[in-house]
Design a protein around this ligand. Structure first.
Ligand code: ADP
Ligand code: MG
Length: 324
């Protein structure tokens, strides 16, 4: 880009934050590349996530929320590895320069960056079909990263927080749209959808405790499928124990079950906890509600049962990459 809206002007105006003191950032935005110090005894953790306009977000998605979500999705991946964030890199492809959009987007992005102590250290800004790609770098003590592989039959299946809030929020938002109401990104029933939280403190607390961890981005059953496939085991989920977002109270049971088991974007952590590891202590130390929702089993099947142990037929299991 050239002219008054040149790449450099946009970067300076919206993304070059006031100098942030992070001992890990030796050189941030403005040079040919950023320079991060990785402490001795730590491993570098890298993750990237791309959102394409029209595919992953609508052109009229509230831009501040979009900035927040693009970063939150990556931070959730770091959390699921048990990593501490070092910095983020943002690649923005914009169909046109819309200053209001950019101001709100960068506000949403940088507010979460500040809150999660993950400085924006670089990026790329180009013109083209809308796309947002965020790379986050983190570190984890050598050998302590939390993987999807490692769950064993007999381990408890544990989930943080509550589920279904993002899918419910999307449904509430769609209802309002159909009634011709404008999007309200501050609407409490859409908080999970527009302002998801990454469980970084929990991820850190799971090091040396959980045997396998995944974050729930595709939906509980889909992501449990990934974890089980990597671990070479199956799982039984007790639906009566699944913590459901209080915002879904009063909705039909079938709908709530679908949102909680197959809805995506809740960004909670799902993990395998060995029988010897005390859950209450862990929950207190990470200040996060944790619920045992079932257990890992031998074999490869993932089944959902009710309070009496009877099998429940689940219509939708989340993304189509769920196998079995
Ligand atoms: P180069 O041409 O060497 O790749 P750029 O002109 O793309 O350099 O970027 C100049 C500086 O601005 C670099 O430090 C780059 O990381 C940073 N930068 C570019 N776009 C963004 C963005 N969207 N957010 C944060 N930093 C950015
Ligand atoms: Mg560049």
């Amino acid at each position: 880009m050239t002219g008054p809206d040149s790449e450099f002007d946009l970067i300076r105006r919206y993304f070059a934050e006031p100098a942030r003191t992070s001992p890990d950032v030796l050189l941030g935005i403005g040079d040919d590349a950023a320079l991060l110090g990785v402490q001795a005894g730590q491993e570098l953790v890298v993750t990237v996530d791309t959102l394409v306009e029209g595919t992953h977000y609508f052109p009229d998605h509230p831009p501040a929320s979009l900035g927040h979500k693009a970063l939150a999705a990556n931070l959730s991946d770091l959390a699921a590895m048990g990593a501490d964030p070092l910095g983020a890199v943002l690649s923005l492809t914009l169909p046109s320069v819309d200053h209001d959009w950019l101001a709100a987007f960068s506000r949403g992005f940088l507010a979460l960056a500040e809150q999660a102590s993950v400085p924006l250290v670089g990026g790329d800004t180009t013109r083209g079909p809308g796309a947002i790609s965020v790379t986050v770098l983190g570190q984890v003590p050598a050998g302590q990263a939390l993987r999807r592989a490692g769950a064993r039959p007999g381990d408890r299946l544990v989930v943080s927080g509550a589920l279904g809030g993002a899918a419910g929020g999307l449904a509430f938002e769609q209802q309002r749209r159909e009634q011709g109401q404008p999007t309200d990104e501050q609407s409490p029933d859409c908080a999970r959808l527009f302002w998801p939280n990454a469980r970084l403190a929990l991820g850190r607390g799971l090091r040396n405790r959980a045997r396998a961890v995944i974050d729930i981005s595709d939906g509980l059953l889909a992501d449990l499928g990934h974890l089980c496939a990597a671990s070479g085991c199956g799982a039984r989920v007790d639906w009566s124990q699944v913590p459901v977002d209080p915002l879904l109270e009063g909705q039909p049971e079938e709908v709530v079950r679908d949102w909680a088991l197959a809805g995506g974007e809740d960004y909670e952590l799902l993990f395998a906890l060995p029988p010897t590891e005390p859950l209450e202590l862990l929950s207190l130390s990470v200040r996060t509600s944790l619920t045992v929702i079932g257990e890992f089993t031998s074999g490869s099947e993932i089944e959902v049962v009710d309070a009496e142990g009877a099998r429940l037929d689940v219509a939708r299991r989340g993304h189509d990459h769920f196998a079995g």
